[in-house]
Design a protein around this ligand. Structure first.
Ligand code: C2E
Ligand code: MG
Ligand code: MG
Length: 398
């Protein structure tokens, strides 16, 4: 079945201009859009159709967004919910948490006014891939250069403020029919089939070439690349990597590799061998997604990591729940006692930023600072940020 038939977006908003925009975007990303500009319209649409995604404005005359969430929960609606509002991010985040506590599938938030590209990316990201992506498709994507790499800036604590010192490489697939696909849409298949090896080589090469390019523009930036568990079992990998670094005349300390705990579950001795060889050469090694799933403290001191990245799901809760804040504080302290740097990812709000700054976090990443973006946009972002013009983003100075 094609994507158009399966994905139905219900956009609920009192601004008809906004609804028209969503209809327009829907055509672009290949989904059907139905709309409602009132509480009655909203309920009517839900009795007639079964949307896969609901984009809900929190503030509408005559309709309380929270009541709308309760209504969705009472109706057992299984659609994913995206909240939109002109109110500040904190309100959006609490509404999102409330939706989660009601058992709704809360997918994200959109702060208005929003750029067309941001809405498009948000919708495309949450549409269900309803057409199974085949292995042939993925192989073709690699061969025909449909994969691209976006970079998300990473801030590092400097003497008096925060500076952009690097970026994380995140793969995307510019699919000819389905639009922009995110790692969650195709990496599981890539992992199962082994195509992840070629994909990682592609991302690594792009990132290393990019570091060289930035240097030629006078920017000394590091890049972080996510490594699949499969590659940390590959004894040839450190040598392949060394050849790549040499080819682009990039030093190992400008590269950071990110791995998750799953990487070393299978054959810890082999992984230790590979990790140690990488560290000896000077490559940084981060333990990614720490604080979720399997997180084991032993990994922190047994494996030669240089950094721990606290998972965004934990950061999302730091302002709302005391236990989450306690856990984050403890992770930072523990990591520092083990001489590891700590990066918080998924920083979405100013209070989170300030809190993590106060706790002594060394690096920060997240949409509050910047989304992942094409490499070409990184330079202008950095010149604004490092140049001290933080007008768009209220950075907290020490
Ligand atoms: P990750 O390495 O933990 O990357 C961070 C993810 O969080 C990225 O999602 C990023 O876009 C997203 N993110 C960044 N800031 C925020 C924020 O403020 N809020 C929220 N909610 N999310 C934020 P993305 O790009 O979809 O990547 C998902 C995962 O896919 C990555 O998680 C990584 O494990 C994997 N991945 C991405 N690119 C590659 C790759 O080239 N190779 C391999 N092996 N895995 C990759
Ligand atoms: Mg990562
Ligand atoms: Mg992560």
């Amino acid at each position: 079945m094609s994507r158009r038939k399966r994905n139905l977006v219900l956009a609920v908003d009192d601004e008809t201009d906004f609804l028209e925009l969503i209809e327009h975007i829907g055509q672009g990303v290949g989904c059907d859009v139905i709309t409602a500009d009132s509480a009655t319209g909203f309920r009517d649409q839900l009795t007639r159709r079964q949307p896969t995604l609901i984009l809900l404005d929190l503030q509408m005359p005559g309709m309380d967004g929270i009541e709308a969430l309760r209504y969705l929960a009472r109706q057992n609606i299984s659609a994913g919910v995206l909240l939109a509002s002109g109110m500040d991010q904190r309100v959006l985040t609490s509404a999102r948490q409330l939706g989660e506590s009601l058992g709704l599938r809360m997918l994200g938030t959109l702060q208005k006014p929003a750029m067309l590209e941001d809405i498009e990316a948000l919708l495309a990201r949450h549409l269900e891939p309803d057409e199974r992506i085949s292995l042939d498709d993925l192989q073709r994507a690699i061969d025909e250069h449909e994969l691209i790499v976006h970079y998300q800036p990473k801030l590092q604590r400097a003497a008096h403020d925060w500076q952009v010192t690097g970026a994380e490489a995140l793969v995307r697939w510019r699919h000819p029919r389905l639009g922009l696909l995110y790692p969650g849409d195709f990496l599981p298949l890539a992992e199962q089939s082994g195509l992840i090896v070629g994909i990682t080589d592609f991302v690594l090469t792009d990132a290393i070439r990019q570091i060289g390019h930035w240097r030629s523009r006078g920017l000394h930036l590091a890049a972080a690349v996510n490594l699949s568990p499969r590659l940390v079992q590959d004894l040839e990998f450190p040598d392949r990597l060394a050849r790549l670094l040499k080819e682009f005349d990039v030093t190992a300390d400008q590269l950071n590799l990110e791995v998750t705990e799953a990487a070393s579950l299978h054959d810890p001795d082999l992984v230790m061998d590979i990790f140690t060889r990488l560290r000896v050469r000077g490559v940084g090694l981060s333990l990614d997604d720490f604080g979720t799933g399997l997180s084991s403290l032993t990994q922190l001191y047994k494996m030669p990591f240089s950094e721990v990245k606290i998972d965004g799901s934990l950061i999302a809760e730091v302002m709302a729940t005391k236990p989450a804040a306690t856990v984050v504080r403890a992770i930072i302290e523990l990591a520092h006692n083990l001489s590891l740097k700590v990066c918080a990812e998924g920083v979405e709000t100013s209070p989170q930023f300030e809190f993590l700054e106060q706790l002594g976090c060394d690096a920060l990443q997240g949409e509050f600072i910047a989304h992942a973006m094409p490499a070409a946009e990184i330079e202008s972002f950095i010149s604004v940020w490092n140049g001290g013009d933080h007008t768009l983003i209220p950075v907290v100075r020490k």
